[in-house]
Each structure stands twice: as C-alpha cells, then as structure tokens.
Unconditional design. Structure first.
Length: 186
C-alpha cells in the first residue's frame, strides 16, 4: 500500500505546484517600459509607439480641434507616445483588467515616484482617465494616462507621453487626450 502511494506522490506534488502557480500573481512590472514589454505580445493586448513628426502633430492638432497656443505647443513638445490597449475576451481576462492591470500600474507609478494628478470626470462620452506625471524641476518629462476605451467598458488603455511640458501644457494635454486616444490607438 505504501509503495503505491509513493508512486503517486510526484504526480500530486506536480499538480499542487501547478495549482499554486496558476493561482498566484505574476511578477509585477517595476517601470512603465517594463509594463509595456511584459504585456505587448500577449493575447488581447496591442502596443503602439509613435515618434511624432510634423505630419502627426498637425493631424493630432486637427483631431483635437486646437485653438489654444498652449495646446499646440504641448503637441510640439511631444517626443514619443506609447499606447497599450487591452480588450478582454473572457471572464478571467476581465478580472485581469479590474484588479491586475490597474493595481500593477498603480504600484509601478508609486515605485517610480510619479505624481498622481486629480482625476477628472468623463465628459461628452469620453472615458475618465487617471493621470500621473514625472517631473524634473518645473518641467514635466512624462505623462502616464490610464483608463478605458470608450467602445469597450471592460477594457484597459495606458498612454505614456514623453516630452518637455509646462504645467499649462499638461492641462491642455489632459483636455485633448481622451478625445485623441481613439485615434492614437487605431
């Protein structure tokens, strides 16, 4: 009897280890760049990177219907835009959106000393975004916006915009990003 039990012991250990791995969280990303690298190749995720040239800036300006000089200057100061979108296809992926992704982003932004900005409510059908910035002196070097895609309620979107912005330019970016996110991620 004991000999039979010993033969099944390795199988039981392997099953138990597999269950522990499936139930436990993955190693969270520590930086924004690591977050993009971790998820960009996975099913349901789509990563896009833009290095804005003059034509892109003109297009973004037209899409944003910009009339304020500060908003135009903010677009001129954009060095790169990275977008990561996720639309869940199953119940487990919805759970990843609700708990995993947002918690992981919050943790990495805290660890990297991003300054969270007050949340603005959704307006005109656009998703509400949460913003965090990384400053260097009085200049803002990176803006990270997280939220949901307007056409998919259980989705996730993260925009990382690097540049050299003033506070007024940041305020203009916060106004136009929800409307432009659909165009950026297409």
């Amino acid at each position: 009897m004991n000999l039979r039990l010993l033969r099944f012991w390795p199988l039981l250990v392997l099953l138990w280890l597999g269950a522990c791995r499936a139930a436990g969280p993955e190693k969270p990303a520590r930086t924004v760049a690591e977050f993009f690298s971790k998820y960009e190749g996975r099913s349901g995720f789509r990563a896009t990177t833009f290095q804005p040239d003059l034509l892109t800036r003109i297009l973004l300006g037209r899409l944003g219907n910009l009339t304020d000089a500060s908003a135009v200057q903010a677009l001129t100061n954009v060095r790169s835009i990275r977008a990561l979108t996720f639309a869940p296809t199953s119940a487990s992926s919805r759970d990843l959106t609700e708990r995993g992704l947002l918690n992981e982003v919050d943790g990495l932004l805290r660890n990297e000393r991003y300054e969270p900005l007050p949340t603005k409510d959704a307006s005109a059908g656009n998703a509400a975004y949460r913003y965090a910035v990384r400053r260097s002196g009085d200049k803002i070097k990176e803006v990270v916006a997280t939220g949901r895609q307007t056409d998919a309620p259980d989705s996730f979107i993260m925009l990382a915009i690097s540049g050299d912005f003033t506070q007024s330019q940041l305020e203009q970016l916060q106004k136009i990003l929800p409307g432009l996110s659909g165009e950026i991620t297409k």
